[in-house]
Design a protein around this ligand. Sequence first.
Ligand SMILES: *Cc1c(COP(=O)(O)O)cnc(C)c1O
Length: 409
Amino acid sequence: MPTALQRDTDDPLAHKRNEFLLPPRGVYLDGNSLGCLPLSARQRARELIEQQWGLDLIKSWNSHSWIDLPQRCGEKIAPLIGAAPNQVICCDSISVNLFKILSVALQIQTGRTTVLSTHTNFPTDLYTVQGLQNLLGEQRCRLQLVHDDCLESALQSDVAVLLLSHVDFRTGRVNDMRRLTDMAHQHGVLVVWDLAHSAGAMPVLLDECQVDFAVGCGYKYLNGGPGAPAFIYVAKRHQAGMRQPLSGWMGHKAPFEFDTQYTPADGMQQFLSGTPPVLSMSVLDAALDVFTDVDAVQLRRKSLALTDLFIEQVNARPVLSELQLISPAEHTQRGSQLAWRHPEAWAICQALIARHIIGDFRAPDILRFGFSPLYLSYQDVVHSVDELEQVMRNGDYKQPQFQVRAKVT
Ligand SMILES: *Cc1c(COP(=O)(O)O)cnc(C)c1O
């Protein structure tokens, strides 16, 4: 077996680490929740505040192309998710975007009312459907939840939309996009994929899998910064005649005509509602440049190698056998994160953070680590497991300060 040092030396992505500001000590294993700061984004933020906003003010809408940011960011994300041009736009949050997308999908599927999803899906996705159900009434929209292995039998003729996460946010299990999309289509069902935990970490083939709609996150593996805008994908074939319900001036065909009548813009621009958050979106635009010279296949290869090594290191240390791995061992089913169950997961996570190993906790008992292949090294992995071993061996986590729950977990 090569050492971690040798593997870092041979890593074709090793140089990408220099494009980020990383915490001076420890290891950051939470890039699946909030990606690290790309230096390009820091540079843009300074220039944006001091020059573009500070000095150029309103002229910047044209001179710095603020007005085009939603499209520009969308087109930078498109190749990462297997989308040809003119199908992706950047705006709002996943939650708001799902509201728009589900409305459009339900309009296409007249006569069908059910939005089918799974119990384990990310809660905001389910809350959005519940909100639509309250607004439209159950005769137009009805949420049905099933267990992951019951999806096929639940695809009945009243199902309008299948709403799934590509990668499970707790376990990191990957849903087979091609198989599930095909299966849904065979039953006349449209599919909406949530790419929060896959965009920027692994290949996503939306066009090739004939996906109908997708949404995803700007602040996780895309490193756009806290609260960065999200994105929407709509397959070209569904764009003609679509009407999203949050009609606002930025989605109007001619916003600066100030017409009293709303006329939707052609294509993806319609998904804009109000003014884009220029500060966040411009920072995301610069952050996306770290992806220009990498491809998702390389990212995937390294991500799997990092998670393989982490699992191997954990398994080699008897004191860690109390931790129960709930992420798939099988490569095809494993995302870019690993999760372990332990009754003291919260306290263990806090004790690790005190040692500068940043992971996170998901209720009720999950310890979760994200592996961003752009800035993590093989030595980081070994060091993290060394620290985890210390925490468990010394029982650090039993100290009272690690038991207190914070507001954000
Ligand atoms: C992080 C995450 C979200 C976040 O939704 P926002 O509305 O953008 O805050 C949604 N779905 C999944 C699967 C996530 O992991």
